[in-house]
Every structure is written in structure tokens, then in C-alpha cells.
Design a protein around this ligand. Sequence first.
Ligand code: PXG
Length: 289
Amino acid sequence: MKVYINGKFYAKEEAKISVFDHGLLYGDGVFEGIRSYNRLVFKLKEHIDRLFESAQSIMLDIPLSKEQLIKAVIQTLKENNLDDAYIRVVVTRGEGDLGLDPRKCKGNATVIIIADRIVLYPQKFYKNGLEIITVPTVRNLPEALNPQIKSLNYLNNILAKIEAINAGYEEAIMLDALGYVAECTGDNIFIVKRQQLYTPPQCMGTLRGITRDVVLEIARKNKIPVHEHVITRHEVYISDECFLTGTAAEIIPVVKVDGRRIGTGRPGKLTLYLMKKFRELTKKEGIRY
Ligand code: PXG
């Protein structure tokens, strides 16, 4: 494996950064998880745009232009000769001292690109659906740390993930501070009711997921009504279908929430249709390398 750090490639064992990097000391940085399918990078421009938006929000200067960063991602994929890859782009505040003050990070931000094989949920979950629960840890308040900033500070999600794992589940619903459904620890959530799609709006403590956007786009193209609307747990419990979206998970059906069977207890028709349409898109869209 070859890892990109600040313009150079290093073997995995040699790919190291300073212990004074504020990405490590404070989670002061931003990241993206991107995927390629058969040498096509899916939605690369969208991911790079979101990375720059996260950086803009935390006043972090990325020392490359968007075009340069796209080229660096492509170069990393070529160096690693992977047909299907999971790509992690990380930009940290860089090396500073032990204080919080980001002005002490005087050098450039650290840019890291890792391309690895994708680790998927077991296939049985796509076939039979996932069982999930709601956990006590609420999603970060937008007024405190806006979930739309894809920052290196993921403890909020990790705490929720720990609660899910402790209870014997793989994924969890996180509520916002008002008690509405926000999203899962690493995925957005959708429900289907009477052939219409519902997903929480971006302003309510959810990441504007790129897979979420793709699903909304597929639905609109195919005249499926979509609503970006607050959702309660009750509405999830009485939904006909439920599924999660994310770059790693793609679209994954949910068949049980907090012990309530969703719909028939099997992956729903509309969910399966969207999964098929999504797969078709990943086969033909993207930047080739
Ligand atoms: N919500 C959150 C909180 C996320 O972290 C998504 C939604 C889906 O967004 P995209 O753009 O990928 O459709 C994410 C995705 C993991 C993992 O291991 C997940 C994400 C990042 C890193 C790891 O599950 N983010």
C-alpha cells in the first residue's frame, strides 16, 4: 500500500505524521470517505466540494486547489492499482504545540490520502435487512458542532456506535436534541410511507450525505415523491420500509427498529428498486483512472 502525505507517497509502515499534529491532539481537521467502482470514482467532485466546505467552516486552508486534490486522489488510486477502493482524504490543521490555538500550527495543513480495499457489511444484511436501535447519545447540536462539518472529531458518533454494539446491534439511530430522528452513526436514514420517501432535512443535525443526495436524485427522476421533513421515532415504527444510505454501506435495508418490525419484515420493494438504480449509476458514472 502507498499512502499519500503532502505530495509524497510512503509505504504503509512509513506513512507517519507528527504526534503534535492537531488532527491527532484535538480532532482538528476534516475528512471524506469516497468510493471507486471498477476504476470509476463515484461522485468525486461532490466529495471534494464537501471537504472544502467543511474546511471553510473551521477556517482551515487546504494547501491544494480542488483540481489538484482530485488529481492527487486519482494518482493515489493508480499507485495502489485498486479496481474497487475506499478512499480516505484527511486534512488536518498540521503540527502545532500542546495548546488549542490553531495559529500555532504554522506550517501547511497535513493532507493524507489512503486508498484501501472496501470493507462491507456482510451480504446477509443486504439480503435480509438490518436490525437497528435508537441510542441515548443525541447527535451533536448544529449550534455546537454542526454535523454538516465532516470533522475528525467523530466521538459523538463513536459513542453512539459503542452503545449499539453493547446492545448487540451494528448501527443505531441518533436523535437530535429535540428528539427527532437525525441520522445513524455513519449513515443517513430514509423511510417509505405509501410509496413516498421521507428523510430528515439537513438543518436538523444530519450530514448532507452524498449517497442521500443520489437517492433523492434517483427518486425525483423516477417521479417518486420525496420529503425532506422531520421524522419522529413513531413515524419510523409505522413506516412501510426503512433504509440507510452511506458511501460505505451504499443503500442497506432496515427491517427492525427498537424491536418493531418494519413493514413486512423483509427489505421493501421501493428499497430494492433504489438499490438496483444506485448500482446501475455506480457502474456508469464517475471519473476514470
Ligand atoms: N452521516 C454520517 C454521520 C456519516 O459519517 C453519512 C451520514 C453518509 O454520507 P455519505 O456522503 O457517505 O453518503 C456518513 C458517512 C463508517 C464511516 O465506517 C462512515 C462515514 C465516515 C467514515 C466512516 O461507517 N461517513
